[in-house]
Ligand binder design. Structure first.
Ligand SMILES: Cc1ncc(COP(=O)(O)O)c(C=O)c1O
Length: 378
């Protein structure tokens, strides 16, 4: 009998060791990790530079509250601004993606004094009160998560956005590429319409970049393919390569004041050490370019195998939708080929590997997929 509150359907596998794009269980079985534990492993498991940075930080000081100078926060903000292409944006640090979105929505509402939020069909923004109210999944919204103020518009529908974003709207929150919803990429036209309508109405444009950010798509943020500039970007997942850290990048148009936002753990020394290590490795090893290159390679390989209904995504954020439930395919990949993949809905395989994935690993996946898809077609 488990003593844990049973909310996760789990595989009977326990990874006990990890390195790069591989995991090992307690029996020594090796697995290829093409999912990074929900897009979290960005620079690879147990990267020596990352381990060293965190170890040194742990031995020096691991925590003090946001009432003293913590200069590693500033180092993280500067490096993030530089690598992301937003050097004039300010950073607020928290601990998770939901919290990042929660703070983004609060900041928007403090700024324009409004309450209405526009979100989109199939969106996922997290499980805290405001974030879950803006998430298009009634089964995870509790009655206490007041959502009267949220309107869901059809995703990627520029005409509906044109009509729906009015002078009453506080914020528009959108994922540049929907993750949980099935790897649905925002069109340029859609994002550009959101930007223009927010400018016209005074609404705040929030790009939830928790899953599609941090270099995964071949640019630091996926919206950078569409030539728009959001007011706030939320981040988490790959930001700490497994150490819990989240944050929002905030346009210079917002004015900070003491107490406006706050957190106990956000910006702690260990989280910032993880965040700095991730950015250093991403820069040193050109991981954003690698995500673009290996992503293209995987896209071409998957196209050549065929058998799918639709292939979606960018870089190393890939959804392969089939016209059959993918549960068996995923299980075959895991138990026979020893490869972790994810799903979105019933019919889509979701790949979210480390940005350091190599061609060798991509080939291993393509080989396994080819075998299983041709078996399924027989
Ligand atoms: C786009 C997006 N936003 C927010 C979240 C919530 O992040 P967290 O689980 O760290 O609260 C997720 C998590 O899957 C996500 O994919």
């Amino acid at each position: 009998m488990s003593h844990l509150f049973d909310v996760y359907p789990i595989y009977d596998i326990e990874p006990v060791k990890a390195e790069g794009s591989y995991l090992w269980d307690q029996h020594g079985t090796k697995y290829l990790d093409l999912y990074g534990g929900h897009a979290v492993i960005s620079v690879g498991h147990c990267h020596p530079y990352y381990v060293d940075k965190l170890t040194k930080q742990l031995n020096a000081i691991s925590f003090y509250s946001n009432s003293v100078k913590i200069s590693i926060q500033e180092e993280l903000a500067v490096k993030l601004g530089e690598l992301s292409g937003y050097p004039d944006y300010k950073l607020f640090l928290c601990n998770s993606g939901a919290e990042a979105n929660e703070n983004a929505l609060k900041l928007a509402s403090f700024h324009n004094g409004r309450t209405k939020v526009i979100s989109f069909t199939k969106s996922f923004h997290g499980r805290t009160a405001g974030a879950v109210a803006a998430t298009d999944n009634p089964s995870i919204v509790a009655p206490v998560n007041y959502k009267e103020h949220v309107t869901f518009l059809p995703f990627n529908d520029a005409v509906a956005a044109e009509e729906g974003i009015t002078d009453e709207v506080c914020a528009v929150i959108v994922e540049g590429i929907q993750g949980v919803g099935g790897i649905n990429v925002c069109t340029d036209e859609f994002l550009q319409t959101l930007r223009r309508k927010c400018d016209e109405t005074g609404a705040i444009l929030i790009l939830d970049s928790v899953q599609c950010g941090y270099g995964r798509t071949g640019k630091f943020f996926s919206h950078q393919f569409s030539g728009i500039t959001p007011d706030i970007m939320s981040m988490a997942k790959g930001m700490g390569n497994g150490f819990p850290i989240g944050g929002i990048l905030i346009s210079p148009k917002f004015k900070a004041s003491y107490g406006l936002l706050g957190t106990t753990f956000g910006g702690n020394h260990l989280a910032c050490a993880a965040g700095v290590a991730v950015l250093d490795i991403m820069k040193e090893e050109n991981l954003i370019a690698n995500a673009a290159e290996i992503g293209d390679y995987l896209f071409e390989g998957i196209k050549a195998i065929g058998g799918y209904k639709e292939l979606r995504g960018r870089g190393l954020m890939i959804g392969i939708e089939y016209d059959f439930p993918v549960k068996d395919l995923r299980n075959k990949l895991l138990f026979e080929h020893k490869m972790f993949t994810g799903v979105a809905g019933a019919n889509t395989i979701r790949l979210l590997p480390s940005l350091a994935l190599g061609k060798t690993e991509a080939d291993l996946f393509l080989e396994a997929l080819k075998k299983e898809v041709s078996v399924a077609a027989v």
